[in-house]
Design a protein. Structure first.
Length: 220
């Protein structure tokens, strides 16, 4: 295990970040409650076992380097990652590096997570707050002969965008709202699907509820 983690830390080493993140509306900095023991499969056949979480502040998977004082790090080669197995869940990375969870094969459904954040801003007079980034301090690290200057910044996680991808007639279709979902189906089916959404009170922030909706619509 130590050998595997050492290889991980040397092959995938990226920058160590310090980030002060504050939740808004109950949102957490991370997608999961805790860092999860996971398997990372690379396109070249390498497999690594490491504790992962998905940062909604940076919209990137991060791992704990147990061989480097448990520092939290980013992957240096995200484009080389083929699939990530986290508990019983399967993720891939979009071309932009976002987390895309595979929810079902038939009917196909995947969901891409994107955290929406903003700088907390500096305090101004009369209880106001500017939208200028509030940078608390600077630090630096050295990696592969390069020195990186890092900012420690207070960030507000505003919400989590969930963008769904399904397949209609062999083509991938994306949606986020009930209105967008209804447009994927013929007009003669839309009223029936709309009644289901209303009766089930389908919440498009809940991937499992959306999956049940997709199964219902595809069975019509």
């Amino acid at each position: 295990m130590k050998t595997v983690l050492y290889i991980l830390s040397t092959c995938l080493l990226s920058m160590v970040f310090t980030l002060s993140v504050h939740a808004q509306g109950g949102e957490s900095e991370y997608l999961f409650k805790d860092f999860q023991q996971s398997l990372v499969y690379y396109k070249d056949g390498r497999v690594f076992k490491v504790k992962l979480n998905y940062s909604l502040a940076r919209n990137a998977f991060m791992f704990i380097d147990e061989n480097d004082k448990n520092n939290v790090k980013l992957f240096a080669e995200p484009e080389m990652v083929r699939v990530l197995k986290i508990d019983n869940r399967t993720f891939q990375l979009t071309p932009k590096g976002l987390a895309q969870e595979h929810l079902n094969q038939d009917p196909y459904l995947a969901v891409t997570y994107r955290g929406r954040s903003r700088p907390q801003g500096k305090q101004v007079g009369y209880g106001g707050r500017s939208e200028t980034a509030s940078v608390d301090s600077y630090s630096s690290i050295q990696s592969a002969g390069h020195i990186f200057k890092l900012e420690t910044e207070k960030i507000i996680i505003a919400d989590v965008q969930k963008r769904y991808t399904t397949k209609r007639n062999g083509k991938e279709k994306a949606f986020e709202t009930s209105k967008q979902f209804l447009k994927l189906y013929p007009k003669e089916q839309q009223e029936t699907i709309q009644k289901y959404i209303k009766a089930q009170k389908t919440n498009f922030d809940d991937p499992q509820q959306v999956l049940e909706l997709v199964k219902y619509a595809e069975a019509l």
